[in-house]
Design a protein. Structure first.
Length: 232
């Protein structure tokens, strides 16, 4: 296994306001005024957003603002509506998998949570990463970590299929700050200039994971964090 390519995989604990889909509201009208795009329009890497695995977030749906943000930075954004094969993935420089879910859990988030990906897809995606593809895997709270656990395990990450919460944390959001060690120093948080630097991030429930030594975490849960499992 080529561990060097592990650094091409980014795992993100994404925000989620509540477990019920009806309580989450996206803002399709949001637009960031990007005065210094990384690439000329459409000249950046191709970013494929997965839409073949009952994804809760898609380029034309709840992630439309994210897709617009990428386009405004010069990336070419494509929806990937077919299962993962080497041929399907070869056009993608970056693959975004946002909150995929297994067929058995559509409309029923009770445990257990089945894999969102078939046994045939996993090696296809794994070897695409080994050959240079970059993956952004996004998993909110349960059931999404369970649906991606098989893929994560191949990449050296153990997903915790629950809700990450802080004991005694008070009102949301949970804050991760550089000043107290909750937000790690990294080129992602440093940005390209001081104006782009990120010093704190707020989250609204998510999931946690354990990782191999090949990874560098950005958001670090404190000692009072717990994984909560809703079984009803």
């Amino acid at each position: 296994m080529n561990h060097r390519n592990f650094f091409r995989v980014v795992f993100l604990v994404a925000v989620a306001y509540a477990s019920a889909a009806a309580q989450q509201v996206s803002d399709p009208d949001f637009r960031f005024a990007n005065t210094k795009p990384a690439y000329s329009a459409g000249k950046g890497p191709v970013v494929c957003i997965d839409e073949a695995h009952h994804n809760f977030h898609t380029a034309g749906g709840r992630y439309s603002s994210f897709a617009n943000l990428l386009r405004d930075d010069g990336y070419e954004v494509k929806a990937l509506a077919q299962r993962f094969t080497r041929d399907a993935l070869k056009a993608c420089g970056v693959l975004v998998i946002a909150n995929s879910i297994g067929e058995e859990n559509r409309g029923d988030w009770a445990y257990p949570h089945s894999s969102a990906f078939s046994r045939e897809e996993l090696p296809e995606l794994y070897f695409w990463i080994q050959e240079g593809g970059a993956l952004l895997l996004i998993a909110d709270h349960s059931p999404f970590p369970g649906a991606t656990a098989g893929l994560a395990a191949l990449l050296g990450v153990a997903m915790v299929d629950g809700y990450a919460e802080l004991r005694g944390g008070g009102e949301l959001p949970d804050m991760f700050r550089a000043s107290d060690g909750g937000l790690a120093a990294h080129p992602i948080t440093a940005g390209r200039s001081q104006q782009e630097a990120v010093t704190e991030i707020g989250t609204f429930r998510g999931s946690a994971f354990q990782f191999s030594e090949d990874y560098l975490p950005l958001l670090i849960l404190p000692q009072n964090a717990v994984a909560v499992f809703h079984l009803d």
